[in-house]
Design a protein around this ligand. Sequence first.
Ligand SMILES: Cc1cc2nc3c(=O)[nH]c(=O)nc-3n(C[C@H](O)[C@H](O)[C@H](O)COP(=O)(O)OP(=O)(O)OC[C@H]3O[C@@H](n4cnc5c(N)ncnc54)[C@H](O)[C@@H]3O)c2cc1C
Length: 219
Amino acid sequence: MSADRQTDVLIIGAGPVGLFAAFELGLFNMSCRLIDCLDRAGGQCTAFYADKPIYDVPGHPSIQAQELVNRLLLQIAPFKPQFSFDRTVAGIRRLEDRGFEVSTDRGELFEARLVVVASGGAIQPKGVAKGASPTEWGLELCDGVISVDAEKFETAVPGIFAIGDIASYPGKLRLLLSGFHEAALMAQAARRIVNPNQRLSVQYTTTSTSLQRKLGVAD
Ligand SMILES: Cc1cc2nc3c(=O)[nH]c(=O)nc-3n(C[C@H](O)[C@H](O)[C@H](O)COP(=O)(O)OP(=O)(O)OC[C@H]3O[C@@H](n4cnc5c(N)ncnc54)[C@H](O)[C@@H]3O)c2cc1C
């Protein structure tokens, strides 16, 4: 398989939570590809309420939904995530010792060490009724959502994570800030799998020169 079809983490859904997941994973040197059945990033924010103000994003007394998406795209740009739009994830197959093979409704195949399902729930993938739901990927749905543990956000299938509106655990709130928190904890768990020898310590973007170099804001 060509190198551009291989990635550390394949994220299903380029909504706000999938986008922020690419940031958190990027801080730990993991490459990402995001696949979305829509023709652009932003999920519900872009599709349902792009011009509406959001009032409960920390640090933003008010921010238009599309502006938030634009800022998320700017924030993840240093990590150069790959995007595949207008494609629905049709299948996920475990590969022996090598992670997962993910197929799309266009017949493309991608390989990833880990898969993150950030597919929301409110947007019905266009045109594809079969092979597009988490059930078809071997994941169990309960009331339309995937049960995860609230520490790692891993599903019942090791190596497949779920975050954002599609994920469920006791006390879950379908809010942006919950999805962003879930992305941060998922990334901690993911790096233990992808980079098991990496030293584990919490670093602040404010003070860590190493993180700032990754973000392109320090020499
Ligand atoms: C009108 C409205 C107002 C809201 N206001 C607020 C608010 O004020 N504050 C707040 O915190 N939250 C608000 N929300 C909720 C917030 O938008 C969601 O919690 C958030 O969008 C969830 O992000 P997500 O990335 O998990 O999912 P989504 O935004 O749903 O994105 C999921 C993406 O996955 C893609 N996808 C799905 N299945 C597949 C597949 N098989 N293959 C490829 N791609 C797939 C979809 O196309 C979509 O782009 C509001 C929601 C709505 C509808």
